[in-house]
Design a protein around this ligand. Structure first.
Ligand SMILES: Nc1ncnc2c1ncn2[C@@H]1O[C@H](COP(=O)(O)OP(=O)(O)OP(=O)(O)O)[C@@H](O)[C@H]1O
Ligand SMILES: [Mg+2]
Length: 364
């Protein structure tokens, strides 16, 4: 009898123990799964770290273990090839006419990072360079295009884990009512983690005259993340140079976090003609001599007008020219046209002299 009671109570204790263990493990597992992706910045980054177990930088012991012997020599041609960055520079050169100072600056940033990488291989520790940037220039001067290439470059060099570019404007970051701004800004930051957050016309974030505006709240969150998460995210602010200078004056904290300023100068007429030629070549069209003269005249006039958007205006006008060319050819159904006719744009196609019903000259 005593033995039976003892056996029953031992079974009972083991059972209670097992149940307690199961409850503890379910509870703790549930807790981990519950971590919200965008609840507070610290939590969000912890969750992201769980989702991306591969560390961007090897942990210290790893680095020491992998350090090159001190007498090893490095060649940067080989380093560039290993990272595959020459392709990025080739794409920059092929896609973008001119922009020599911008391309030079991109090369300088790449050089800084190549040397930083090489030093790390020897175990020469240094804080990660600040990579937040500011791209200034008028519309249509290639800022977004270069930002995309920059994201690719930083990814290939191992400074961004994914290298995606998230484009944001004021409305993507700032709410209209209380409580909307922080979640909006954090959502954009979460999407950009591992890549670039490109904030177009960043000065609209700040409205000095409006004390009820929530822009400052977005700026404060950005400042904090640009400092604390700078090894996971690069912020590029873009816009007109004078307005951006004003923005940095009113927000010195933002100015001091920007390490690289790239200035995109307005294009000269000759550069825009070259850009137009490149665009047409890609589409297998070309301008006749008269058409090129007409296009030059058109650009010279348009450059003086408001809302002129440089290379974007070039693209838009050439698309309209293509429409007019098609209309001109198709409106004579019984005439025979050669291969060359199908490729050649004439001055009437630029000037819209023959088709009033087609889109009017460029206003963008
Ligand atoms: N130097 C260039 N050579 C060839 N194409 C160019 C050049 N600069 C810009 N483009 C083309 O012009 C268009 C507009 O460029 P992009 O969007 O990069 O300009 P942006 O400076 O970001 O303009 P916005 O300030 O209006 O956003 C794109 O199609 C781009 O490929
Ligand atoms: Mg742009």
């Amino acid at each position: 009898m005593i033995a039976e009671i003892a056996f029953a109570s031992a079974t009972c204790i083991v059972f209670v123990g097992l149940v307690a263990l199961a409850i503890v493990s379910v509870w703790s597992g549930g807790k981990a799964a519950e971590l919200p992706v965008s609840a507070g910045y610290g939590e969000a980054s912890r969750t992201l770290a769980v989702q991306r177990p591969r560390a961007l930088w090897p942990v210290k012991s790893d680095r020491r273990a992998r350090s090159l012997p001190p007498d090893t020599m490095v060649r940067f041609a080989a380093e560039r090839e290993a990272a595959g960055i020459d392709e990025v520079f080739a794409a920059l050169d092929n896609d973008l006419v001119g922009l020599v100072p911008v391309k030079r600056k991109v090369q300088e940033i790449a050089a800084l990072l190549l040397v930083d990488r090489a030093r790390k291989k020897f175990g020469l520790e240094a804080p990660r360079p600040n990579l937040h940037m500011c791209f200034t220039g008028p519309p249509g001067t290639g800022k977004t295009t270069v930002a995309l290439r920059m994201a690719e470059l930083l990814h290939r060099l191992g400074y961004l884990e994914q290298g995606q570019l998230v484009h944001a404007m004021r409305d993507d970051l700032v709410g209209e009512y209380i409580g909307q701004t922080a979640p909006k800004t954090r959502r954009a930051l979460d999407r950009a983690m591992g890549g670039v957050l490109f904030i177009d016309e960043a000065y609209y974030l700040y409205r000095a005259a409006d004390s009820k505006d929530y822009g400052q709240e977005a700026i404060d969150i950005l400042l904090q993340v640009m400092e604390n998460e700078r090894d996971k995210l690069v912020v590029i602010l873009a816009g007109y140079k004078d307005r951006m200078d004003g923005f940095f004056e009113s927000n010195p904290g933002m100015g001091s976090r920007i390490a690289h300023h790239l200035d995109f100068a307005p294009y000269e007429v000759d550069e825009m003609i070259a850009i137009g030629r490149l665009m047409l070549e890609r589409a297998r069209y070309y301008l006749s001599e008269d058409a090129e003269a007409a296009f030059r005249g058109y650009l010279t006039r348009r450059m003086q007008e408001p809302r002129f958007a440089h290379a974007r205006s070039v693209r838009n006008e050439l698309e309209r020219a293509r429409l007019r060319h098609a209309h001109r050819l198709a409106s004579e159904p019984d005439r025979s046209w050669s291969r060359d006719d199908l490729m050649r744009l004439e001055s009437v196609d630029i000037l819209a002299g023959n088709a009033d019903s087609l889109p009017t000259p460029d206003r963008s």
